[in-house]
Design a protein around this ligand. Sequence first.
Ligand code: AMP
Ligand code: MG
Length: 400
Amino acid sequence: MNAPLMPVEQALQQLLEQAEAALIIETQQVSLDQADGRVLAEDVIASLDLPPWPNSAMDGYALRLSDWVAEALPVSQRIVAGSAPEPLERGTCARIFTGAPMPQGADTVEMQENITLTDDGRVVFTQPLKVGQNVRPQGQETRKGDRVLAQGTRLGPVELGLAASLGLSHLTVCRRARVAVLSTGDELVEPGQALGFGQIYNSNRRVLISWLQRLGCEVVDAGILPDNLEQTRAALAALDQVDLILSTGGVSVGEADFLGVALREEGELVLWKLAIKPGKPLTFGRFRGVPVMGLPGNPASTLVTFGLLARPYLLRRMGATQVQPLGFDLPAGFAWNKAGKRREYLRAQVQNGRVVLYPNQSSGVLLSAAWADGFAEVPENTTLAEGDAVRFIPLSELLV
Ligand code: AMP
Ligand code: MG
């Protein structure tokens, strides 16, 4: 009797619980230069108001609105960005530029396009004025003491820019997860070597190493592991300093499932049959206490299971709160006539607002994913007619 397949979200939930229980707690201070992709280990609190003083949002003229009684105002000072203005003299206005501090006493800015100058250089405001217009008030963006970034935020260009705008040169981040990448299979050879009959080049190693680096992990390249129990034991034993051993291949309960045997002997093994296609078999366990995840070896299966399960697991280990990709519903540009028992992650493009599938969805075909912009997610037990809504998960959401 076949056990029921485990739904993807259930596997994910269990993995995230495992990750919570094994959070990496060491932190480090890194410069903003080094912080891209890392996870904030503490809240960022504004140490100043942003902007620190009221300033002009336009190139124009600053005035105290109550001074303007339909008469031209003389210009009493010129204020450029970076300068410190004098208080505004009563009955005058100030030439002012974008980002320059408002002079004390001024409350309004008119843009230069809406004024005319008299022969003697006084300013005539030609349009109705409203107090506060074109002025960016102090603290408009954030106030000193506000939490601007929460612990668990993954840092990218925008977050780093925000930290810079607050004057921070360093941030406290979680240390990188150390992840060992093991490629299992007697048939594998590395690019650059001659390919014998029956052999294939190891592509999963390359996919995982560069992906892990993007995730902010430190990669230990453990190379190719032959399908052999002794060598599997030895390889696992040598990787006792990592946070996760990530292997591909040899998980399909075949005769060559040496990873499973080694885990059963010297750790613990959970073998999941997931309701996911591609990528049904997934191993999770421990070898002498070190977490091990075994992904299926077919390249598209490796891609899908890493993206949907290993990626959130690792991000959560590093303390990230937001670990799930965004997806959105789009009309299907295809019909799906045969309801499946497994949730399908079809390699797809968006063309003219519709989700279009790569013709060859075999789990062995990595080219499908190179062609694709994302995955079309067809739930289990579901058929679709053309035009029905289907969830689309952009690869760009996953590959970061
Ligand atoms: P396995 O899970 O070991 O049964 O492998 C499933 C399929 O994926 C087989 O066709 C393997 O040759 C292929 N495969 C396994 N590992 C890799 C790898 N690192 N790179 C490319 N293909 C692989
Ligand atoms: Mg294999």
